[in-house]
Each structure stands twice: as structure tokens, then as C-alpha cells.
Design a protein around this ligand. Structure first.
Ligand code: VG1
Ligand code: CO
Length: 544
């Protein structure tokens, strides 16, 4: 029997999990005991009962396999009875959530830095998901951080690496390791929710789709679901082989980073439908022929059409969106007579609402949409939902969106990101805005009158926990909004996000370009934040 080693270690001071787990550059993760410290801090916080089951996998980026071998040996030395690990070390974030729930695991560790670039000099990340399949709540991430600041030793089994390349069951000390097919459980779940016959008919009728896996984790999932099960032609998927550096790309499905797909959908002989997902498979971008669907609209449209999909035929118990997400879905919820919750950014806040049966669908402006089928956002699920709605309504993406706008009005929306600003400069912008907020209520900027300013805080309606400092909101009397927020997922300097929203009830103006329609708000945001003078930046890095 291999021996359990107890290794002495020193704490690091920078292991505070952000919006979704601990995300750092690879060289930081490679420091002595850095990964081990964090993993031991997770185990010391969750205190797994002897014999518990753990799910383990990642998005295939550089360092994924090294980390998995370490975590397996640490799990064996910390009393786990079994680990379910994806073959090749692969598990998308939604698939991991699915596997945790289906197999009644105590929890799961997902190795991913999501949409951040990978490779030797790229980013790496690790997050813990609880037995409901969802991201660790703040209480738990705080405890993990606390443990990491006080750690003095970790436990690991002295054993050789195991073979992750074939599905098999092997022993690691007293623990069992099941190397599982990373796709099967997830694909079965999708088939149970959506009308695969109708989608197959749609594709057989000549409806052309293009899915860009961006050389990240969704490649094998898209192949099994879209090609093998839905019989889409081979050229319906692109960049479908996961690579450790994502082919040097930035696996972030938006108009800037998924430009290869965007060019195809806006080019000659474009397909009818385009979609992309991110590094770990939880995000989605939806495109029609020469048409972009904003994620906030997508959430509203899926909500309005949910009963067309078998898995949601009985209706929704409620919906939720993160605070910066546009209020398009609020209008739909009102019409359907169901509750709509507004949570802070990040998926961890949706879990309690779903566990309590209060919401069925939820989403974020950052290309994240999902439902209570798991406890993470889910990229391919959103793609299949759209395909199911299209198959049922027999309309194009653009027709569906325009009809939605004429029924509900349009929440014109955009996010401007200023990436990698020096931390001090970003903090001074936020401090400046806070100060401005003291005297802004009642002021007018052209046609816009400020109704209210605050720093968003949220009291969880289920466990009553309070989360403060979740974004500076500038709310106008006509329902328009500007939100300023610092990212919790970047690894270089600070990323400042500015979220802009106006409501446009008039169908005639719906052809206006979003940046044009938001022009006044963009100016107000610049004036209130003084971002140009405080950071030297005149333009956002990314506009979505
Ligand atoms: C970003 C998004 C947020 C999302 C988070 C994780 O966070 O804005 O909506 O939940 O990424 O997404 P931030 O703190 O950088 O704004 V992912 O695909 O990591 O799982
Ligand atoms: Co992601």
C-alpha cells in the first residue's frame, strides 16, 4: 500500500478565490506547493466524510493533467473513497456539474480559467463545486481562503501517476479512481430536455449551423451532440479539438475574440445559425445570419419561449439575472406572472434560488445562460435551446428577436471593458465615482435625470447571507442604467467594466445600432467616471 506523506509548507497570501475560483498565471501555480496548499485548504474546509465521492476534471488547458495527478493523490490521502475523473482529464464546467448531481458526489474540483487564455504563460484556475453541482458559496470560499493563510502541511499519497487516457477503474491506495467518458452523462441529459427529433428534422431540411469550440473543451461535446446525435454535417463544427493553449486564441465567445466565427456568419453564403462557447464550456454566443443576439436578450427570449421545449413544457417557477444583466427578462417575467430575482455577478448566487425551487432559468450579460437542470451556466444547453425554439417556431434567429422586441420593447444594451488597467488607477476611478454618487441624485444630464445611485448589495432570500460591494449603479428615472464594476476574474492589473442600458419601447428605432442608441449614456459614463483622465484610456478594450 503506498504511504501517505505529510509535507510541511508555508502559506501564500494570494489565494483568495474570485468570481469563480482561484485564477492565476501558470508560473504562479507552478510555485512550490502552491496548488497543493489550495487543494488542502479546500479539503480542510469541506471536511469530506470518509469514503466520499469527488468529481474531477478540467478544460484541457496547459497544466490540467499535472494538476489532476496531484489532486488524485491528495484526495486519496484525505479520505475520499472514489474519484470520478474525465478521460484525458476533460470535463466541461456544465458536465462536471451534471456528473456531481447524477452520481451523488460530495463535490467536485474543476480546473479551468474559463475564457482566459491558456498555455505556458497563460492562466490556470481551480474551483470547488458543492454537492448540488454549483460553485462554492461565499461562506465556503471565504473559509478556503482563511485556511490557505494558515496552512502548515498537506497530505499526499506517495504513488505513481495513473493512466487517464482510457476509461477504466483503478486503485490509488485505498481509493478508487473511475476514469469516465466525459461526454456521455451530459449528452444524455441534453437529450432528455430537448426535442432532438425536431432539431434533426430542422437540420435535415437544410438549416445550416456552425459551432465554434474555440479549441477549448466543448469540441468533444459538440461532436457527440451535434454531429453524432443530431446528424449535422461534419463542417457544422470548427476548432473542435481541445488544445492546451487553445491554438493561441482567447476562448471567449464574443464579437471580438470569436471573430473567425463572426466573419463566417456575416460573410458570403453564411449559415443560418452560429454559436460559440468558452474555455470551460459554460458560456454561449448566439448568432443568426448577419445577426448578433445579446446575451441579455437571449435570456429574455428563452424565457418567453420556454414552453416550446419539452424540458420546460410545464412552465418556469421563476427567473433570475445578475444585476448588470439588462432587465429584458424582467418584462417577460412580469407578463408570465413569475418572480424575477436580481443577484450579484457570478453563478454562485443562483444556486440557492434553484435549490429552493424559486427559479428555473437564469443568466448573465456575460454570455452565460442556464437552468436548474444543473447548477452552472451551460453553453451547449443554450445552443440546443435556441435550435429547439427555431425548430418549433420555424423562424430565423433575426425574426425571433425582432418579434420579441415588438412584443416587449427593446432593452438596448452594451458592456465596455477596459482591460489590464493598473490596479491603483482602476481603484481611483471607482473612488471618484463613489464620490460623485454623493451629489448626483436629482441631477440631469440632457434628457436623463438621475434617480438613485448606490453600491449594489444582495441579501440571499434563502439563507439571508449578505453580499456587499457588488457594483456601482447609476439609475435614471426612465429606467436607463449605467453600472461600474471591477472584474473578479482577470489576472493582469484590473479590468473595469461599464454596463450600459436604455429601454426603447418604439419599434421604429430598433434598427439603430446599439452604440449609437447608447451614445448619450456612454458620454455620461465618461463624465462621471473620469476614466480617460484617470487611466489614460480613451477607448474600451472590448465592446460587447
Ligand atoms: C466574469 C463575468 C461574470 C461571470 C464570470 C465567470 O466575471 O462578468 O458574469 O460569472 O466571469 O465566468 P468578472 O468578475 O470578470 O466580471 V466563466 O465563464 O469563468 O466561468
Ligand atoms: Co467559463
Amino acid at each position: 500500500m503506498p504511504a501517505v506523506l505529510t509535507i510541511a509548507t508555508q502559506p501564500y497570501s494570494d489565494q483568495k478565490p474570485g468570481t469563480s475560483g482561484l485564477r492565476k498565471r501558470v508560473p504562479i501555480f507552478k510555485q512550490p506547493h502552491y496548488l497543493e496548499n489550495f487543494v488542502q485548504s479546500i479539503f480542510d474546509s469541506i471536511k469530506p466524510p470518509q469514503g466520499s465521492v469527488l468529481v474531477l476534471g478540467g478544460d484541457g488547458r496547459y497544466y490540467n493533467l499535472n494538476a489532476i495527478q496531484v489532486i488524485l493523490k491528495m484526495a486519496a490521502a484525505n479520505g475520499f473513497g472514489r474519484v470520478l475523473v474525465g478521460k484525458g482529464g476533460i470535463l466541461s464546467t456544465p458536465a462536471a456539474s451534471c456528473v456531481i448531481r447524477k452520481h451523488g458526489a460530495y463535490g467536485g474540483i474543476i480546473l479551468s480559467a474559463s475564457h482566459n487564455p491558456g498555455g505556458m504563460d497563460g492562466d490556470f484556475g481551480i474551483k470547488y463545486n458543492a454537492s448540488n453541482g454549483g460553485p462554492a458559496p461565499e461562506k465556503l470560499t471565504d473559509s478556503i481562503y482563511e485556511m490557505s493563510l494558515n496552512i502548515s502541511q498537506y497530505r499526499i499519497l506517495d504513488a505513481p501517476d495513473i493512466d487517464l487516457e482510457k476509461t477504466d477503474e483503478v486503485e490509488l491506495g485505498e481509493m478508487k479512481v473511475s476514469v469516465i467518458d466525459p461526454v456521455a452523462d451530459y449528452a444524455d441529459l441534453m437529450e432528455s430536455l430537448f426535442d432532438f427529433d425536431a432539431i434533426r428534422d430542422l437540420i435535415r431540411s437544410g438549416f445550416r449551423i456552425k459551432f465554434d469550440a474555440m479549441h477549448a473543451v466543448t469540441g468533444p461535446y459538440a461532436r457527440e451532440i451535434l454531429i453524432n446525435r443530431l446528424h449535422a454535417p461534419e463542417d457544422s463544427i470548427m476548432n473542435a479539438v481541445p488544445l492546451p493553449d487553445f491554438g493561441k486564441g482567447h476562448p471567449d465567445p464574443n464579437l471580438t475574440y470569436a471573430h473567425e466565427l463572426v466573419e463566417i456568419l456575416y460573410g458570403e453564403d453564411a449559415p443560418n445559425f452560429g454559436a460559440a462557447s468558452d474555455g470551460d464550456g459554460d458560456r454561449n454566443m448566439i448568432l443568426g445570419n448577419r445577426f448578433f443576439v445579446t446575451p441579455s436578450d437571449s435570456l429574455a427570449i428563452l424565457t418567453a419561449n420556454a414552453t416550446l421545449v419539452p424540458g420546460y413544457r410545464k412552465g418556469l417557477s421563476g427567473v433570475a439575472r445578475s444585476m448588470p444583466t439588462s432587465s429584458a427578462v424582467d418584462r417577460v417575467a412580469k407578463e408570465l406572472g413569475i418572480p424575477c430575482f436580481e443577484t450579484p455577478t457570478g453563478w454562485k448566487f443562483f444556486g440557492n434560488l434553484m435549490d429552493a425551487g424559486k427559479v428555473t432559468l437564469c443568466g448573465e450579460e456575460s454570455f452565460g445562460t442556464g437552468s436548474s437542470h444543473i447548477r452552472e451556466k451551460d453553453g451547449l444547453w443554450a445552443v440546443l435551446f435556441w435550435l429547439n425554439v427555431i425548430a418549433s417556431k420555424k423562424q430565423s434567429v433575426e425574426e425571433i428577436v425582432r418579434q420579441h422586441w415588438s412584443n416587449f420593447g427593446r432593452n438596448v444594451y452594451s458592456r465596455h471593458d477596459y482591460e489590464a488597467i493598473p490596479i491603483d488607477a482602476a481603484n481611483s476611478v471607482m473612488a471618484h465615482i463613489r464620490k460623485e454618487f454623493e451629489h448626483l441624485p436629482g441631477n440631469t444630464f440632457g434628457n436623463y435625470r438621475v434617480e438613485h445611485c448606490d453600491d449594489f448589495s444582495y441579501k440571499d432570500p434563502v439563507d439571508e447571507s449578505l453580499s456587499t460591494g457588488q457594483g456601482l449603479r447609476l439609475l435614471f428615472t426612465d429606467g436607463s442604467r449605467i453600472v461600474f464594476r471591477l472584474s473578479g476574474t482577470g489576472t493582469e492589473g484590473s479590468t473595469l467594466r461599464i454596463y450600459l442600458e436604455v429601454f426603447d419601447p418604439a419599434i421604429e428605432r430598433h434598427r439603430l445600432d446599439a452604440q449609437e442608441a447608447l451614445g448619450d449614456l456612454i458620454k455620461i459614463a465618461g463624465e462621471v467616471s473620469q476614466i480617460a483622465s484617470l487611466t489614460g484610456r480613451n477607448e474600451p478594450t472590448v465592446i460587447t
